[in-house]
Design a protein around this ligand. Sequence first.
Ligand code: TXA
Ligand code: MG
Length: 337
Amino acid sequence: METILLNDSNSQLEKAAEFIKNGEIVGIPTETVYGLGADASNEDAVKRIFEAKGRPTDNPLIVHLSDFSYAKEYTKNIPELAYRLADRFCPGPLTMVLPKNEKIPMVTSGGLDTVGIRVPSHPVMKKIIELSGCPIAAPSANTSGYPSPTSAEHVMRDMSGKIAAVVDGGQSEFGVESTVIAIENENSVRILRPGYITREMLLEVCGEVIIDHAILHELEAGQKASSPGMKYKHYSPKADIIMVESSIDDFISYVGGNISEGTYCLIFDGDEKNFPYKFLTYGRDSVQQAHWIFQRLRELDDIGAKKVYVRAPSAEGVGLAVYNRLIRAAGFEVIRI
Ligand code: TXA
Ligand code: MG
């Protein structure tokens, strides 16, 4: 199959929507990362998303709607708290896990009786949902296990020949995927995957925000995952990622004692003065680091890095999302000095 590149003009977005209505898969920009979109109610189309990504079939897809008011068409027993959260955070990078109804096929929900609902704020994604008239199932548009794509070029690299089209909507603004939450009761939510909507922001709307243990810790054998995505290796470039939590001076000494052919470092902006080894930087604060992290992990593969020492980011606020992606890329190994 030839994968065509579309721009974000109206006529091209109509073409993208036409593909989706016809059961094809399209790479679509969102404010978080690029998604691999198909009609969430079309079982064959959804199956082909799993094939294109090489994704385990028990890992559910998020369903994207143009407005939260449509959530009741695909879910049931929506708690009042979900509406309060939607008022505050939709459209935007928040996914709420809700009980699904029969309009969402089991292939889409990975066999679960719940579905993740998200209302993206990116105008291109919104327009494509409206034009297609479908709820759009979309995982991140990377090959399963690889870092998520934050540009149309990343999607083309992973998906060319496997999907109908990619819509170029520029570089993703936030750079990490949405915050995924489950609603525990009328006043409490659990974060299943941290993202741009932080614990502190959620606390403005609900009394309690639980951070699931698996966000920072590896699941132990036999332990049940609150979200299937927690079970799988994620965000990993080909290079071996090693996280080092330390001052810049200790980081430099540690790397010096462990350096070998093909070693690179991923450090903060501001660390680079007199830095003695090959490096890339990934921003100064958590917001910048979220924006750049996946792009840099892909670049490190492109330049042939074999081993990458990453200066561990702050795990506060949006930083928790960056820390979570990196600790998973590193297989949960952190060197603390
Ligand atoms: O920002 C995003 O969320 C992007 C863009 C494209 O919207 N999408 C995305 O989808 O990151 P994906 O499939 O790469 O990640 C979805 C995560 C997975 O870890 C999955 O296990 C979890 O959300 N998830 C989805 N539905 C769930 C459900 N019903 N219950 C628990 N976890 C769920
Ligand atoms: Mg993903």
